[in-house]
Every structure is written in structure tokens, then in C-alpha cells.
Design a protein around this ligand. Structure first.
Ligand SMILES: NC(=O)c1ccc[n+]([C@@H]2O[C@H](COP(=O)([O-])OP(=O)(O)OC[C@H]3O[C@@H](n4cnc5c(N)ncnc54)[C@H](OP(=O)(O)O)[C@@H]3O)[C@@H](O)[C@H]2O)c1
Length: 305
């Protein structure tokens, strides 16, 4: 596993998403997290809303049973979605962060993100909440999710040096590549040219913000897994061909493709299958060629202008 610095800490290039652990028993959570750690994955992504709070609680129960592991893991969680609407008010950010700390059973959270842009956001309030949590030692680093570059710029105008955005978690997979498509179709009239995110990819690269691709194996908005899906015959054929060539699996190949992008993205994987975690970790050390990266991109049906 390769590591890189996010904020100021050593984070694995691949992170384990915990959105789907609510269906697991305590021993399955134990096996998953220990497999992650054996594979070098030290970064765990949560959210206030996952499983209605049960994902954080299950992870907290794991840590309670394995207290020595707290210092070996980086815990990230997200707040700002509440009862079917978005709420990044100071009061809500503070109360949700306290709830996350309590469910996780920890004294501090390593990374706290605003889950989705709140149409009614007051950046001064976010700044006050972040500052309080940081000063109290309850959160080390901050970030956002599903935000575009101007929304980050707005927040950063108000955030102090210690609480500036270091992460933006965004949907990105082999079939959801809008942030890459727009950059290759500049000034064109085609659909791929539509800039949907105020050039978030370039913005994050310019400012050293880590992009965390969520749902790296899904098409659409939770449309399903594109691996082995008959809707993507050419992609699956090419993935298998290259997996054989690079000595990995199609699952591993997807992660190698995301990691090949020089923006140093940190994909958040959602599998709870230990064997898939191992395939992904093994593939995270692969370096695929530029030609193969483009060939896979085109195998999704996309074209280059
Ligand atoms: N910020 C946001 O708005 C946002 C939104 C969604 C998710 N997230 C984060 O991103 C993480 C990942 O999301 P996700 O779970 O949708 O991502 P994913 O890694 O694309 O999907 C994982 C799901 O695909 C299944 N799957 C089937 N075949 C697979 C294969 N060959 N390889 C890998 N997975 C396969 C997995 O099943 P098995 O478990 O049986 O392998 C699992 O149910 C979440 O846990 C969460 O932390 C963030």
C-alpha cells in the first residue's frame, strides 16, 4: 500500500467506506477492519446518516473491543444532512459532530466533512463550528463532499488556517467521469464539454485538496455495479484483458485506473467482502500505462475530441 499525506497525516491511498457495514455482525466488522489494516488501509469513511447512525456505532463497538487500534486508524465522518434536508448551521454541525464522537466512542475525529452543499449555508457559521471543534481538540482536519470549487473557495474565505478544506469527496468511477470529461472537451458543443463542477479537478490539484472518489464501482446515482453488468460489455472485456496483463482482477483494475490519475485521488471503496479488499489493496501498487488508461476510458463508450 502506498501512503500520502492528507492534512498532515499518513493516509493510505485507498480508504474503506463504512456506509454498508450496518448489515454486518460484530465479528464481520472485526474481520473487515482487520483485513483492511493487514492490507495497509488505515482510513475509514463514515457519515452521520449511514445506517441511521448504526455504521458509526458498529465501528465504535469494534474500537471499544480493540482500544489499541484507535491510534492506527484515521476516522473520517460527515455531517450536514438532517431529516431529509441539508443543514450546515453552526448549531447542527456542532451537535452532529458530538453525536458522531459519541457513537464512535472516540475523543477526536481525524477528518470532519460537510456532506453536501447546503443552499442556505452561512460560511461564517461553518467557520465558527469548525474553529470550536478544532480548538476543543475534537476534530483534527476538515473537508467537504460533493462541493464545487467556488463553494470551497467561499468556505475557505471564512475558515482559519487550521481548519481549511483539505478533502473533497466526489462521485467518480469509470462510468462517472464528468470531472475528467469536461477538461478534455474544452470549448466543444458536445455533452462531455458541460462543466458541472466549476472545474473541481483542476481546483483541487491547484490547492492540494485530496479528491476522494465515492462509489468507484457504481454507475449512475447508485444505479448498480458496472462490473459484469451486460450494459457494459466492452468495458468488462477490456478490464478482464488488462487485469490478466497486469496480474490482477477486474476489481483491482478499476482501482489501478483511478489511482493512475496524477491528482493523487483517494478512492473510498464500499465493499465489505474481505477478498475484494485484498484484491484492491494489491492493485493499489500497480502502475498502468498512459495508453491503457485511455483505452479503458474509451471502453466505457466515451470518445476523445
Ligand atoms: N459523499 C457521498 O455523498 C457518498 C455517497 C455514497 C458513498 N459514499 C462513501 O463511499 C463509499 C463507497 O460507496 P459504495 O459502497 O457505493 O462504493 P462501491 O465500492 O462502488 O460499491 C460497493 C458495493 O458494490 C458491490 N460490488 C459487487 N461487485 C463488486 C466488485 N467486483 N468489486 C467491488 N464491489 C463490488 C459491493 O458488494 P460486496 O460488499 O459484496 O463486495 C458493495 O455492495 C461508501 O461506503 C461511503 O463511505 C459517499
Amino acid at each position: 500500500m502506498i501512503y500520502r499525506s492528507i492534512g498532515g497525516v499518513k493516509a493510505s491511498r485507498v480508504a474503506q467506506g463504512c456506509m454498508r457495514i450496518d448489515s454486518l455482525t460484530a465479528s464481520q466488522v472485526d474481520a473487515l477492519v482487520k483485513t483492511d489494516l493487514e492490507c495497509g488501509i488505515n482510513f475509514f469513511d463514515h457519515a452521520f446518516i449511514y445506517g441511521g447512525g448504526s455504521c458509526e456505532s458498529k465501528f465504535g463497538a469494534f474500537l471499544a473491543a480493540n482500544p489499541s487500534l484507535r491510534e492506527q486508524v484515521l476516522i473520517q465522518t460527515k455531517v450536514g444532512i438532517h431529516d431529509g434536508y441539508y443543514d450546515s448551521s453552526k448549531e447542527r454541525v456542532l451537535s452532529a459532530a458530538e453525536a458522531c464522537l459519541s457513537r464512535l466512542g472516540v475523543d477526536y475525529i481525524d477528518f470532519l466533512l460537510i456532506h453536501r452543499p447546503d443552499a442556505l449555508v452561512d460560511p461564517q457559521e461553518v467557520a465558527e463550528a469548525f474553529d470550536k471543534l478544532h480548538t476543543q481538540g475534537k476534530v483534527r482536519y476538515f473537508g467537504v463532499s460533493n462541493h464545487n470549487s467556488l463553494q470551497i473557495e467561499l468556505l475557505n474565505q471564512y475558515l482559519g488556517e487550521e481548519t481549511k478544506v483539505v478533502v473533497d469527496q466526489l462521485q467518480f468511477s469509470m462510468t462517472n467521469t464528468t470531472m475528467v470529461d469536461a477538461g478534455m472537451n474544452v470549448n466543444m458543443e458536445n455533452e462531455a464539454a458541460v462543466n458541472r463542477d466549476a472545474s473541481i479537478l483542476d481546483y483541487c490539484r491547484l490547492h492540494g485538496i485530496t479528491i476522494q472518489p465515492w462509489s468507484p464501482f457504481q454507475y449512475g446515482f447508485f444505479g448498480g455495479v458496472y462490473l459484469d453488468d451486460p450494459k457494459y460489455p466492452r468495458l468488462n472485456e477490456k478490464l478482464q484483458e488488462m487485469a490478466d496483463q497486469y496480474g490482477t482482477t477486474k476489481t483491482g483494475m478499476v482501482i489501478a485506473w483511478i489511482l493512475r490519475h496524477p491528482a493523487l485521488m483517494q478512492p473510498i471503496i464500499g465493499t465489505v467482502n474481505c477478498d475484494r479488499v485484498r484484491q484492491i489493496a494489491q492493485a493499489s501498487d500497480l502502475s498502468i500505462s498512459r495508453a491503457d488508461w485511455y483505452e479503458l476510458y474509451k471502453a466505457t463508450g466515451k470518445t476523445l475530441p
